[in-house]
Design a protein around this ligand. Sequence first.
Ligand SMILES: [Zn+2]
Ligand SMILES: [Zn+2]
Length: 82
Amino acid sequence: MEFQYNCPLCNGLISVREPCPECGCLMEDWGRIQDYQDPYHPYLDMNTTAPGEQRERKCVHLFKCPQCGYDTRLVVNQILAP
Ligand SMILES: [Zn+2]
Ligand SMILES: [Zn+2]
């Protein structure tokens, strides 16, 4: 039985209302930053990680200001799914 971790932000359980430090405009969640990166994870291709340990239990979201284009990353701790 494997535990399932989910990102509460991806699943809509929480919402983040982060004002832009540059202009104060509310920043938008652009989704998981993993989705923008190379899906092949070359540095994880060494077969050194045990099965079940490969899942990262943090979710990094990209937040971007629609007003001035400022962007930042927010690390969300994943929670154990019920
Ligand atoms: Zn997420
Ligand atoms: Zn801004």
